[in-house]
Design a protein around this ligand. Structure first.
Ligand code: ADP
Ligand code: MG
Length: 139
């Protein structure tokens, strides 16, 4: 059982395709309260910092270029068992392997353009939330 908060990003291609509303609706309908929300963008350096754990992997360059290629939506989400349930709601990293009805199955275009990010642990949810939001920007 994970803690009660997780962190998400709606990635550039999903923002460009006008999927902010539909994705937030799915998140709300899954029982999450949005505790912080902003449209912003990452510089290449900031994207490299955010995805530091993947530095050196073959997809790192494409991932960080893509994540800094347009506006994103960052959000902190609250609900019991937030991290684990959100990973189920978004589905597998590769949309071809994501279950029917998951956010990635519906809105992702490919493995790299997979619509949303979701924290993989309580610890990373805190680190990622603090990366984007000050105390004044959340409740
Ligand atoms: P997840 O987002 O499901 O936690 P990872 O943390 O493993 O997945 O990877 C971070 C992001 O990097 C993925 O969401 C995806 O956009 C991209 N990515 C991961 N693996 C690949 C890959 N093999 N090819 C292209 N992009 C990838
Ligand atoms: Mg991950």
């Amino acid at each position: 059982m994970s803690g009660n908060q997780t962190f998400t990003i709606i990635k550039p291609v999903a923002v460009k395709n006008n999927y902010i509303g539909p994705i937030l609706k799915m998140i709300n309908e899954a029982g999450y309260t949005i505790k912080a929300l902003k449209i912003t963008h990452l510089t290449k350096n900031k994207a490299m910092e955010f995805y530091n754990v993947h530095a050196g992997k073959p997809f790192f360059e494409d991932l960080t270029s893509f994540m800094s290629s347009g506006h994103i939506v960052a959000a902190i989400l609250e609900k019991e068992n937030a991290v684990d349930d959100f990973r189920k709601l978004i589905g597998a990293t590769d949309p071809a392997k994501a279950e029917e009805g998951t956010i990635r199955k519906i809105y992702a275009e490919s493995m790299s353009h997979n619509a949303v990010h979701g924290s993989d642990s309580d610890e990373n949810a805190v680190i990622e939330s603090d990366f984007f939001f000050s105390k004044m920007e959340r409740y």
